[in-house]
Design a protein around this ligand. Structure first.
Ligand SMILES: NC(=O)CC(=O)C(=O)O
Length: 305
């Protein structure tokens, strides 16, 4: 255990506005990219310097859709033909001078050919983060796939089509500090969030698409839980609800502060929500309730067994 006089460097260098862009992607990818670009412009006009898009912002969300919308991201940078979404995201970041956490897109990774000459195809749910100059800062592949079955309510098995990623994304935004990027179902795993906070992230950012069963019960609860566990900001960015789509997203994109207060929360329609993040709030929370110096790692070894 660290002593009560342990000093910690600030994790957020200067206050920054973060915006979550909640919009409803439809079946037309080009239209989704254009809509995302217009919404990022709207977000940047509020003064936001970190802008977040929703999970699967360039396609409808669903296992049937992943292969047909998937784009190749490797080798990086991909050509515009391989990934129109990569190119569009880089332009959105550069044109607006913002850090852009580009929601997620279905990714196709192509491996060696088999005996029949067919390529080995792997699909991921992947998030790309860009700098204000339009440079790729991080690629994150969803680690925990959304496989659930709640009888009479919802069954979803991302793993029928997708493969899980195998690394975390802790992204350095040079003007501000570090953020962790993860996707949707990942928010249910506190271990990941704790690692990110202990590595100095000031915010945990989750593009996500909860649904009408789990959304009302768990969406805000999980955001507030990850915030209070780790005394960091948490942002969850959802698609807007579209009842004509196959998957009904919960919406309610939100930003929570390090004391677990909801700073801003959308409804179910399209909306850009913006909150100011302030490093002093993190330090105040950690000074008042000094969890980081009180943890008993001597007793927690079992957690990864
Ligand atoms: N869509 C997800 O990945 C997760 C979700 O909807 C839930 O955890 O509930």
């Amino acid at each position: 255990m660290a002593s009560s006089t342990t000093t910690h460097p600030p994790v957020l260098k200067q206050p920054v506005k973060l915006a979550c862009v909640q919009f409803a992607p439809g079946p037309d990818k080009e239209a989704n990219l254009a809509r995302a670009a217009a919404k990022v412009r709207e977000a940047a006009a509020t003064g936001a310097k970190i802008v977040v898009l929703p999970e699967c912002f360039n396609s409808p969300y669903g296992c049937d859709h992943f292969p047909s919308y998937a784009e190749r991201l490797l080798p990086s940078p991909p050509s515009p033909e391989q990934s129109p979404s990569f190119r569009a995201l880089a332009a959105m970041a550069r044109d607006n001078g913002v850090y852009l956490i580009g929601g997620s897109i279905p990714e196709l990774a192509v491996g060696a050919k088999d005996g029949n000459g067919d390529e080995d195809k792997t699909y991921y749910n992947t998030s790309l983060t860009f700098s204000p100059a339009g440079a790729l800062l991080a690629t994150y592949r969803k680690v925990h796939l959304f496989d659930i079955s709640i009888p009479g309510k919802i069954t979803f098995r991302e793993s029928d089509v997708l493969s899980p990623g195998s690394s975390l994304a802790i992204v350095d935004l040079p003007d501000y500090g570090r953020v962790a990027v993860a996707i949707c179902y990942d928010v249910r795993f506190p271990e990941m969030a704790m690692i990110a906070a202990r590595r100095g992230c000031f915010a945990l950012v989750y593009p996500g698409a909860f649904n009408l069963t789990t959304g009302p019960l768990h969406w805000q609860l999980l955001a507030r839980a990850r915030a209070v566990d780790n005394q960091v900001y948490v942002a969850l960015c959802s698609p807007a609800r579209d009842m004509s789509a196959g998957y009904h997203a919960w919406g309610h994109s939100l930003v929570v502060d390090p004391m677990a207060q909801v700073l801003v929360e959308a409804g179910e329609e399209e909306e850009v929500v913006v909150a100011e993040l302030d490093g002093n709030k993190i330090e105040e929370a950690r000074k008042g309730i000094p969890l980081r110096d009180q943890r008993r790692f001597d007793l927690y070894a079992d957690v990864s067994r």
